[in-house]
Design a protein around this ligand. Structure first.
Ligand code: IVH
Length: 666
């Protein structure tokens, strides 16, 4: 068994190398996931063979209070910056003076806009990851570093030589532009402040005290230099060092580097690369020019803060000044209000800019922005540029302050902040045209009202033809209306009408989930429906009533009450009832044999879905929770249990099998 596990780990490592270093995967993502699942299963059955370098152990350990300080083996220095061809040529003259009469070669690499980190391997195993800190001392972020999939936990063996040990490589942790955008969308959806640029996102994700959060962010790593490596005679040039790294599984900039012996070519390349910059998957803020030979690097040496053998060429910042013509408030698909500045058009990094985001109203306050102000704007990775600062000397006194809105700019209903500390204002009116489309697609989906045929395409057409202006309107649609739309012929129209009719009988829990009340997912909807049984009773409840329910916290309680207090919601509910939509929940009542007991389910159950099992617990008088705590009485573990299993063991909570649970409820 041990051999089988080792073989599987080796195979996964091989595919990691193909994927992250060589960008030449040989298997599909699903096949890779299957290998991982297989390994997980084998390790679960044989926990004595789990090793620290196993790919399943990337997220291990709990949140730390503070990062420990680590002293770097040699200082992590910085680079001198240049901004023009003249400055590059000046640097080259200084190099020439020191290594007089020798030919030399330059390596030109992208300057990755990430966070500098040092990784130490001992006997091929990753033992430490540290931030740069002040250059002499950094922070120990090993647990977070281990969650980054492009960083090998164990280096690949080489046949040519023995791996030097310890081996300390240095490089950048970064996030790809597309992953950055997705992350920010996710953050905005949750009403939190998005990151200003990919670099901040990488820094914020890397310095999380809880490695589980770091693991969720799609961080990557690229090696660009080294700290201590005994036996550097293994390579004579920087180029050879990068090749060695790739061989042992460490990703480098090799694909994007250039070698030349002519300084004119270096200069030419700097100009060309500025245009290519947009096509790179990650942000680069310039190029790094290095002398290739390590022997010559040694001769050139260091100043107090940077090597003489390398220099950074920074691309000109993508900044410009322009005037704010107006500030408008956009309401996004999820109801978040975003102020956007309309600008006098200005050229920036090859495109004309006429809008800049202000993120939220706290940002307007922080910047002190007024309509009519002249501002400095910057484009850094985001599609839409942002405002850096107001140029106050350009003020004429005619600028207009703008205040926080009290209502949604689209539907005029009051707006809310979901919880204390949130920066985003949100419109929660379910009938607001700004997010009706999103809301109705959700209302119709399988887990909610299950209306087959009412997908995005149909919803978009119905809204654009003004046939519906809230969810209830779908129950008043006639076949003739549908036939007017491009999407529908006789049969399809009838099918949709049948599906709409059928949806009227769904239980209250599905209706509640479908209404898209913020923070009310499938589970909370079931809990609320089973407690109140009718929509009328739920609508009469207060925050205090709701908070008395075991599974409902203060944030959900407050959003539910605010949602039902809206006149638009009341109108919508009346319209739904009038159309004959069911607003009741029926629950089977039985003896309360689980009274007072709290259950948590983990892993895959054979006889129930998770929701059904939890409903059963509530039906029998118990509580079903999604997280394990001291208050949990039983953790029911199905196949492949997750972290809740480990937590239960740690807290000595009783763990039972699905069969034990079945016996209990019989
Ligand atoms: S070489 C002695 N190469 O830029 C420092 N650094 O502004 C040797 N950086 O601290 C570093 N891309 O974190 C090097 N291709 C690259 C780089 C790079 C980004 C970072 C590095 C350094 C900072 C200096």
């Amino acid at each position: 068994m041990r051999q089988e596990i080792e073989k599987l780990k080796k195979e996964i490592r091989h595919h990691d190398h193909l994927y992250y270093v060589l960008s030449q995967p040989e298997i599909s993502d699903t096949e890779y996931d299957n290998l991982m699942k297989h390994l997980q299963k084998l390790e679960e059955k044989n926990p004595q063979f789990i090793t620290d370098d196993s790919p399943t152990q990337r997220v291990s350990g709990n949140a730390v209070k503070d990062f420990k300080t680590v002293k770097h083996s040699t200082p992590m220095l910085s680079l001198d910056n240049t901004y023009s061809s003249d400055e590059i040529i000046e640097w080259d003259k200084r190099v020439k003076k020191i290594i007089a009469n020798e030919n030399y070669e330059y390596v030109i690499e992208p300057k990755i806009d990430g966070i500098s980190c040092a990784l130490t391997y001992k006997n091929g195993m990753l033992v430490q990851g540290a931030t740069r800190g002040d250059g002499d001392n950094g922070e120990d972020i090993t647990l977070n570093i281990k969650t980054i999939k492009s960083i090998p936990l164990k280096l690949l063996p080489t046949s040519d030589f023995r791996l030097p040990t310890p081996l300390e490589v240095r490089g950048e942790v970064y996030i790809d532009k597309t992953d950055f955008q997705k992350l920010n969308e996710e953050i905005s959806k949750n009403g939190e402040q998005p990151f200003a640029n990919p670099r901040n996102a990488a820094a914020g994700s890397l310095r999380q005290k809880n490695p589980k959060i770091t693991a969720e962010r799609k961080l990557k790593f690229i090696v660009h230099s080294y700290g201590t490596i005994p036996g550097t005679e293994k390579f004579e040039t920087h180029f050879e060092f990068l090749n060695l790294c790739e061989k042992i599984g460490l990703p480098t900039t090799l694909k994007n580097i250039h070698l030349t012996k002519k300084i004119e070519e270096v200069v030419k390349l700097c100009r060309k690369r500025e245009f290519d910059r947009e096509n790179m998957p990650f942000e680069i803020d310039g190029l790094v020019i290095k002398i290739n030979s390590l022997e010559q690097q040694k001769k050139l040496g260091f100043t107090m803060k940077s090597p003489r053998w390398a220099i950074a060429y920074k691309f000109p910042a993508k900044q410009a000044t322009t005037k704010i013509k107006n500030i408008v408030v956009q309401v996004g698909r999820t109801g978040i209000l975003t102020p956007v500045a309309e600008l006098e058009p200005v050229a920036l990094g090859g495109v004309t800019i006429s809008r800049a985001t202000l993120h939220n109203f706290d940002e307007i306050e922080r910047l002190g922005v007024r309509i009519g102000d002249t501002v400095l704007i910057e484009r850094a990775g985001e599609v839409i540029p942002k405002i850096i600062k107001v140029i106050e000397t350009k003020r004429t006194g005619k600028e207009k302050k703008i205040s926080q809105p009290a209502e949604c700019s689209v539907c005029g209903q009051p707006i809310v902040k979901e919880k204390e500390g949130d920066v985003a204002w949100r419109c929660i009116n379910p009938s607001c045209p700004a997010h009706l489309e999103n809301g109705l697609v959700h209302f119709a989906k399988r887990e909610a009202m299950d209306i087959e045929g009412l997908g995005e395409a149909a919803v978009v057409q119905l809204i654009s033809k003004k046939m519906i202006s809230d969810f209830a309107d779908i129950y008043y649609l006639k076949k003739d209306d549908l036939l007017k739309l491009e999407l529908f012929k006789e049969k399809k129209a009838q099918n949709l009408l049948d599906a709409i009719e059928k949806s009227k009988t769904r239980p209250l829990s599905r209706l509640l989930f479908g209404l898209g009340i913020r923070n009310v997912g499938e589970k909370a909807a079931i809990v609320l429906a089973e407690k109140f049984l009718t929509l009328d009773d739920l609508m009469k409840s207060t925050v205090e009533d709701l908070q008395k329910i075991y599974e409902i916290g203060p944030v959900v309680a407050e959003t539910v009450v605010k949602f039902f207090a809206l006149p638009e919601t009341k109108k919508l509910v009346e319209k739904l009832k009038k159309a004959g939509v069911n607003t009741k929940e029926e629950i089977k009542t039985g003896p309360k044999i689980l009274e007072g007991k709290t259950f948590v389910f983990t892993g895959e159950l054979k006889n129930f879905s998770r929701n059904d099992a939890e409903s059963k617990v509530r039906e029998l008088g118990g509580n079903a929770s999604s997280s394990v705590s001291q208050k949990t009485d039983f953790v029911v573990a199905g196949d492949n249990p997750g972290s809740k299993y480990k937590k239960a063991q740690k807290l000595s909570v009783k763990i039972i099998s699905e069969n034990d649970f079945l016996k209990m409820i019989k």
